[in-house]
Design a protein around this ligand. Structure first.
Ligand code: ADP
Ligand code: MG
Length: 464
């Protein structure tokens, strides 16, 4: 992939420099995450190397890295951005212990490799070798998506574009990445998140370098774009995306797309793009059932045993407990498993379910802090209406249904009473809330669309 660059230096030149004050950031981390999380996880992070728009941080083990990335990365990124506006990415390096002791905490050759690709788009086009088909566990919720992902690799452009959608942490990026790994063996693969695409687009406009931008994205023979819901808004960007898309289709490139919702539900995206995206095969990934969650956990334990060459002793009782408690998000599920394993290690004993309950108290409780505000915002966003409209007195179906869904979720997911919920919905009576709960309950039993919507909204709510 490397030698295919077209004058990339010109496209992505660094922005104004701003250096990070590491001790200050650390005290920020402590303040924001609290003493406990800070001292068990974040304190050991070191600043390895700083670039204009990204950082390399050191962590002691792979396990630490996975844990931090899965649970804290978003917030860390946010905090660092307060100090360093141009930041767009954080990368973690495993810093070997003896090097850390010497005070020399990174490998020279590793760094020069990174410097080489610094500021180039290749940096964002890297596929993760761990996210392969081999490591993807099949279950009833994802088998269709898995099977078509494989088919695309065998018969490129037959299903074009392939569009995979589903809630957070259900394996979309993993599948896209696996397709990329498979196809890059003999094709020119471009793998990018829609957010990154946007970022490069805006950067190229600023640098007045659209020609290179266009060339760059249009020469891929496989174009994989993750989280396409982020291309919303910005007309000029959508225009560019549309043209990129068309010219790739014209020359017969395979396009693979993921999003958190079906094409027609994309928010603030032009109709013609939605219909373009719908032109191939659309498949969803559903939330995992208990069996899949257990299979994923078992597989991960095997993987870690091989990786760390150590025996991990986790009873079926504990596997059951974790699989049942961790609701839908597989990323969360793996995070929880890591935590249990870490405690087992520290305390050097086999844990039972009630230990786990204690260890994971904050995780499972945290997920349950869902407020009426958050529900209202999420639901109105999801249905692509404004909050004001949703709370208004208007009774048309496109507003009334989302309103009822929001009331229903407020009743199911918060501890608020019916009158309280009514008040939060522009002072409605509690009988209106009861009616909404009944209506949606009924619909959720017989209407497939409603069932799906509720699952997706819940997973959006549990995301943070
Ligand atoms: P999404 O992109 O849908 O938000 P990801 O693909 O990032 O979700 O998946 C979240 C985590 O769960 C990743 O670590 C991924 O490897 C893991 N994962 C998801 N589905 C599976 C699966 N079927 N088998 C193994 N790991 C999975
Ligand atoms: Mg993803």
């Amino acid at each position: 992939m490397k030698n295919k660059s077209i004058n990339q230096k010109n496209i992505f030149v660094s922005e104004e420099e701003k250096t990070l004050d590491w001790p200050t950031l650390q005290s920020d981390l402590k303040k924001n995450f609290g003493e406990e999380i800070y001292s068990s996880w974040l304190k050991s992070i070191t600043l390895v190397k700083e670039y204009n728009d990204y950082l390399i941080l050191g962590v002691p083990t792979r396990f630490f890295r996975d844990w931090i990335v899965s649970r804290y990365l978003d917030k860390i990124l946010e905090l660092v951005k307060n100090h360093k506006l141009s930041l767009s990415r954080i990368e973690f390096k495993i810093v070997e212990e003896q090097k850390a002791v010497n005070g020399e905490n990174f490998k020279i050759e590793e760094l020069s490799k990174i410097t080489e690709i610094k500021d180039s788009i290749l940096n964002y086009n890297r596929l993760n070798t761990n996210l392969s088909f081999e490591n993807f566990i099949k279950g009833s919720s994802n088998e269709v998506a898995l099977s078509y992902s494989k088919k695309v690799c065998e018969q490129s452009s037959r299903y074009n574009p392939l569009y995979i959608y589903g809630g957070v942490g259900l394996g979309k990026t993993h599948l896209l990445n696996a397709i990329g790994l498979e196809l890059q063996k003999d094709k020119d693969v471009m793998f990018i998140s829609a957010e990154r695409f946007m970022y490069h687009f805006i950067k190229s406009i600023k640098k007045n370098d659209m020609v290179n931008f266009k060339d760059f994205f249009r020469k891929a023979s496989v174009f994989i774009i993750d989280d396409v819901q982020f291309i919303r808004g910005k007309e000029s960007l959508q225009e560019e995306f549309f043209h990129t898309f068309n010219s790739l289709m014209e020359k017969g490139s395979q396009i693979v797309i993921s999003a958190d919702r079906p094409p027609m539900k994309l928010d603030r995206v032009q109709e013609r793009i939605k219909s373009r995206l719908s032109g191939g095969l659309i498949i969803d990934i559903d939330v995992p059932d208990l069996q899949l969650k257990k299979d994923i956990i078992k597989n991960r334990i095997d993987y870690m045993q091989n990786q760390f060459k150590e025996h991990i002793n986790i009873s079926d009782e504990v596997i059951n407990f974790i699989s049942t408690e961790a609701k839908t998000n597989i990323r969360e599920l793996l995070g929880v498993l890591n935590r249990v394993i870490a405690f087992g290690r520290v305390h050097k004993r086999i844990l039972n379910a009630s230990d786990c309950k204690n260890i994971l108290k904050d995780v499972f409780n945290q997920a349950k802090i869902i407020t009426v505000d958050k529900i209202q915002n999420t639901v109105s966003n999801f249905f692509n209406i404004t909050l004001t409209d949703m709370l208004s007195q208007r009774r048309s179906r496109p507003l009334a249904r989302p309103r009822q869904v929001a009331m229903y979720l407020a009743k199911k997911l918060t501890t608020r009473s019916l009158p309280e919920i009514g008040r939060r919905f522009a002072n409605r009576d509690h009988t209106t809330v009861i009616h909404a709960v009944k209506t949606i309950t009924k619909l959720s039993e017989k209407d497939e669309e409603m069932k799906k919507n509720l699952i997706q909204i819940k997973s959006l709510l549990l995301e943070n």
